[in-house]
Design a protein around this ligand. Sequence first.
Ligand SMILES: *[C@@H]1O[C@H](CO)[C@@H](O)[C@H](O)[C@H]1NC(C)=O
Ligand SMILES: *[C@@H]1O[C@H](CO)[C@@H](O)[C@H](O)[C@H]1NC(C)=O
Ligand SMILES: *[C@@H]1O[C@H](CO)[C@@H](O)[C@H](O)[C@H]1NC(C)=O
Length: 284
Amino acid sequence: MKPILILMLFPIFSLAWQVKVWQLRENVQSFFSNPYKKSRVPQFMLDSKHPWILENQKKLEKLSDAESYLCFSSQEHTIDVNQKKSGGEENELGIPPDLFDYLEIDNSRGGISRPGWPNALLRAQEIQRCPAALSQVKTFKTGIYVYDSKYSDWDKRVLEPPRPPRELLDLFGDVLGNMSLETLKWDIPGQYAHYFGEHFVNRGLTLPSAKTLEISSINHFLVPMCSNITELVCRRRWGDYINKGDEDPELLLIKASMFAPNITRLGMEWEFDESKVQGTQFQA
Ligand SMILES: *[C@@H]1O[C@H](CO)[C@@H](O)[C@H](O)[C@H]1NC(C)=O
Ligand SMILES: *[C@@H]1O[C@H](CO)[C@@H](O)[C@H](O)[C@H]1NC(C)=O
Ligand SMILES: *[C@@H]1O[C@H](CO)[C@@H](O)[C@H](O)[C@H]1NC(C)=O
């Protein structure tokens, strides 16, 4: 009985452990890049590169609780947090209304070298506990690059398991479900996309506010969830090749787009085989 229980607990324990290890490492890294202290500004805000954050980071670091200041002060019910703790007004730190317009969880762009799953989990946790971010974000971009088995070090391999942690799937569902997005840019590589697809379908995720969806064809499952979109932009990804016997993801994307009848613009990064669109609303 007991060994079975331990085996069952192990995946949960090991994920928590992985993330703790990674968080420790992030802290150590940020200590070396800024020896005085870990940044008080949540990493997802630094990642958004909003000019106001870049300009005011020093002032923000001086606040006793920069995260509460940024995440709660524009919410009416928490104005007291602002007044009591932050001292933001004296520092002339008026938060611009577009601060949270663009958010990303992306370890694939230049200048970032963080393992895919742990980075996504930590950033999604930060966003989930930031009500201002959830309620104000308009464009959300997810780009996850998984190093997978390309590492030789065991500790890095542990950080990049071959499938996304369950906790991350749940958290992404919660985060997306709590946003009122206008634009979703979603770039999860081919071999992992279906884990998100199955999970989102099972929980009945819908993103009715989205107007623009930018995806690679393998992430076609998002189209029916974003049924109000007027623009669908397809990016080509080399990882999106098909296994023998699988349905062509480009065809699945075209089929999926029929669940979004208001699409007026279809952007493709490649030349499209016209025979695929026969019988769809994209027929010329
Ligand atoms: C919003 O997030 C909460 C967790 O904080 C979750 O329980 C809820 O299901 C989410 N809402 C949607 C619509 O996904
Ligand atoms: C999305 O479409 C539904 C009908 O399918 C409509 O009731 C709803 O108001 C739309 N939502 C937005 C935010 O446009
Ligand atoms: C399409 O757009 C119209 C008006 O803009 C809206 O009323 C309708 O709900 C939309 N349809 C869907 C399925 O989202």
